[in-house]
Design a protein around this ligand. Structure first.
Ligand SMILES: NC(=O)c1ccc[n+]([C@@H]2O[C@H](COP(=O)([O-])OP(=O)(O)OC[C@H]3O[C@@H](n4cnc5c(N)ncnc54)[C@H](O)[C@@H]3O)[C@@H](O)[C@H]2O)c1
Length: 389
C-alpha cells in the first residue's frame, strides 16, 4: 500500500507535526507540511534545521543526510497541495470540532485512497472518522513527544476503520524505526490510560499527607527504578497538559473514581503554577532555591512504591482484560512510550499477582472506595495460578 515514494502530508507544524515530518523524512519519505499559520510554518522550518544541526554536531547525522532530509520536506499554506498524498497525519489543536472540520476539508482535497490519520492523544478516533465520507480510511497514529526521540507509536483503528489499512500503517511506521502497538479506540488508548495511577495515586498519597512530593519522587526512583518521580514529571510535562489529560480520561470513563483527578493539581493549574516552564509547580524552580530533601525512611518509601505500582498493574490488567491491547503491547507501550524500567505485567509476575490483589484488597478495605477495586483479570489469574509470561 505504501512505498518509499509515497508522499506523506502532515497537518499542523507545531511540536508534534514538525517532529513527525522529521521522522518520516529521515526514513526517506517526501513530506509536505501544511499549516494555516504562516508564522508557525516558518518556526517549523527553523526548528527543523536547528534539530538536524544538533544531530550533525553530535555526529549522529552527516551533513549530506541532513541536506537530503531538508530537501524532502516542503511547507505549504494551501491544503490543495495534499492532492498527491497517500497518507496524511493530522497534528493540530486538540479540539474535536476543529479536527472534524479539518478531516472533512481533507477529504475534499485528496484521492479516495489516501489514508487519514490523527495524532490525537485523547479524542475518539471513531468520532473524528464520523465526520468523514469514507470513515474506513481514518485511524489514529499517536506519536509521543518529542516524536524524534520517543520510540513508541500507538496505532488506533476506530470502529469503522478498515483493519487492512491499520496493518499497512503499522508496517509503514515500523519502517520509520519506531515500535508500534495496536490499541482499541478507548480513552487514553494504552499509555495515557495505564499511566494515570502514576500521577493520581502519588497525588492521593500527597493529599492524605502520608508523604511530601520529594519523598514520593525519591521512593519511585530509589525503589522502583523510575527515571523520574511523579511530581518532577508532572512539573516537567506541565500541569496544563497533565491535569487536562487526567480530567479528560476521567470524564470519558463516566467519572470512574479510578481516574479521579486531584484538587491539589487543579489548584496549581488555577494559580498558573504550571511547573518548570513557569518556574513553579509542586517544586519552586527559582534561582537560588534548593529542592526539598526527601524523608528517606525505607518502610515509607517501599509502601509508596508498592501502592502506586499495584495501582498501575491493576490498570494494566484491566486494559488487557478489556482487549484494549495485548499484554505484550501494554508492556512495550509503557517501556518505550514513558520509559518505565520494566513492563507492568512482567513486573506483576515478578512481585506476584496474589500480592498485587492483596494490596488492592487492603486499600479497598481501608477506604471503601471503588477506586481500589481489583481488575477481574487479576482476580481470575490469581484464582487459576496463572502468570502473564
Ligand atoms: N505536545 C504533546 O506532548 C503531544 C503528544 C502526543 C500527541 N499530541 C497531539 O498532537 C496534536 C498537536 O499537538 P502539538 O503539541 O503539536 O500542538 P501545537 O500547538 O504545537 O501545534 C498545532 C499546530 O496546528 C496548527 N493548526 C491549528 N489549527 C489548524 C488548522 N485548522 N489547519 C492547519 N493547521 C492548524 C497551528 O497553527 C499549530 O502550528 C494534538 O492533537 C495533541 O493532542 C501532543
Amino acid at each position: 500500500m505504501f512505498t518509499k515514494d509515497s508522499l506523506i502530508g502532515v497537518v499542523g507544524s507545531g511540536a508534534m507535526g514538525s517532529g513527525i515530518a522529521q521522522v518520516a523524512a529521515t526514513a526517506g519519505h517526501k513530506i509536505i507540511v501544511y499549516d494555516t499559520n504562516a508564522a508557525a510554518l516558518e518556526r517549523a522550518r527553523t526548528s527543523l534545521s536547528a534539530s538536524l544541526h544538533k544531530l550533525i554536531e553530535k555526529e549522529k547525522l552527516t551533513r549530506e543526510k541532513a541536506d537530503t532530509i531538508l530537501r524532502l520536506i516542503s511547507f505549504t499554506g494551501s491544503i490543495q497541495d495534499f492532492k498527491p498524498c497517500k497518507l496524511i497525519i493530522e497534528a493540530i489543536i486538540e479540539n474535536i470540532d476543529v479536527k472534524q472540520s479539518v478531516f472533512k476539508e481533507l477529504e475534499n482535497n485528496v484521492e479516495d485512497t489516501c489514508v487519514l490519520a490523527s495524532n490525537t492523544s485523547s479524542l475518539s478516533i471513531t468520532s473524528i472518522a464520523s465526520a468523514c465520507r469514507i470513515p474506513g480510511r481514518v485511524l489514529g497514529i499517536h506519536f509521543f513527544n518529542p516524536a524524534t526521540l520517543m520510540l513508541l507509536v500507538e496505532i488506533i483503528p476506530g470502529i469503522a476503520t478498515d483493519p487492512v489499512i491499520a496493518n499497512h500503517c503499522r508496517a509503514l511506521i515500523n519502517t520509520f524505526g519506531k515500535v508500534t502497538v495496536m490499541a482499541k479506540d478507548t480513552p487514553g488508548f494504552i499509555v495515557n490510560r495505564v499511566a494515570r495511577p502514576f500521577y493520581s495515586e502519588a497525588l492521593r498519597i500527597y493529599d492524605e499527607q502520608i508523604a511530601d512530593p520529594a519523598t514520593i519522587d525519591w521512593a519511585m526512583r530509589e525503589f522502583g527504578g523510575f527515571k523520574m518521580g511523579p511530581f518532577e514529571l508532572m512539573d516537567l510535562i506541565g500541569h496544563d497538559v497533565n491535569y487536562i489529560v487526567t480530567e479528560t480520561v476521567w470524564k470519558q470513563f463516566y467519572y470512574d473514581p479510578r481516574f479521579k483527578p486531584s484538587l491539589s493539581q487543579k489548584r496549581l493549574l488555577e494559580a498558573g503554577f504550571l511547573g518548570k516552564k513557569t518556574g513553579r509547580g509542586f517544586y519552586d524552580y527559582s534561582d537560588g532555591v534548593s529542592l526539598p530533601e526527601p524523608n528517606k525512611e525505607e518502610t515509607l518509601g517501599k509502601y509508596i512504591l508498592n501502592r502506586i505500582l499495584c495501582m498501575l498493574i491493576n490498570e494494566a490488567c484491566d486494559t488487557c482484560y478489556l482487549g484494549i491491547a495485548s499484554a505484550e503491547d501494554i508492556d512495550l507501550a509503557m517501556t518505550k512510550g514513558v520509559n518505565y524500567p520494566k513492563g507492568l505485567l512482567k513486573w506483576a509476575d515478578e512481585i506476584g499477582l496474589a500480592h498485587v490483589q492483596l494490596t488492592l484488597k487492603e486499600l479497598y478495605d481501608e477506604y471503601e472506595e471503588d477506586r481500589y477495586r481489583a481488575s477481574v483479570k487479576l482476580k481470575q489469574m490469581v484464582k487459576k495460578g496463572k502468570l502473564f509470561y
